[in-house]
Design a protein. Structure first.
Length: 197
């Protein structure tokens, strides 16, 4: 007996299915995969970053979102759920299901997703013309890789691992220490294994 051919989904079919899905899925080039549950450290780090943004964005025409809001990367035919993102573009106010013009995106790394977050996902995110900052935040040790878009679409990397290091985003009035980002976090054990990509 022949196996049925697995047909790729269109973006429209994905969005329609996602509105009724019991759990979240990400989408890229017709392929869909389920989002696995996150660790205590992962969720807490994302929560801390979102809280810090809520404080710094007061009075700005910007909005922070945590893991349940999708970002659409049209050039990559993809939808992702960033751990934290910030958009300041008025065009994003009208779409309640996803955002398309984020200025900032952060992903909290886990052993099972780090390669994808650093590789294919970052390659897709770089196609967002609005994106100026991409942070990769470790959940096993205090470490943040901060990418910033420079001239000609080059990306500058600054890495931080000291509690007193300042994480700054002047255009978003964001200036906090690494210690504040990791406040009250129980880091994941180094040998923790999660799903593979």
């Amino acid at each position: 007996m022949a196996l049925a051919e697995k047909l790729p989904l269109t973006a429209e079919e994905y969005l329609q299915g996602e509105t009724a899905a019991a759990f979240k899925h990400e989408y890229m080039n017709g392929e869909v995969w389920a989002m696995v549950g996150a660790s205590d450290a992962h969720v807490s780090i994302a929560g801390n970053l979102f809280f810090l943004f809520k404080q710094s964005l007061t009075g700005l025409p910007c909005r922070a979102y945590i893991s349940d809001m999708k970002v659409k990367v049209e050039q990559a035919d993809a939808f992702f759920y960033p751990d934290v993102m910030v958009t300041c573009d008025s065009k994003d106010r009208d779409n309640r299901l996803f955002k398309q013009h984020p200025l900032f995106i952060a992903e909290v790394l886990s052993p099972g997703t780090e390669r994808f977050d650093r590789g294919k996902k970052f390659a897709a995110y770089r196609q967002l013309h609005s994106l100026q900052y991409y942070w990769l935040i470790d959940s096993q040790k205090k470490s943040v890789d901060c990418f910033e878009r420079a001239d000609k679409d080059d990306w500058l990397l600054r890495s931080y691992s000291d509690d007193h290091a300042k994480l700054t985003l002047p255009s978003l009035q964001f200036e906090y220490t690494l210690g504040q980002l990791y406040e009250d976090i129980w880091l994941d054990p180094a040998d923790e294994v999660q799903g593979n990509f």
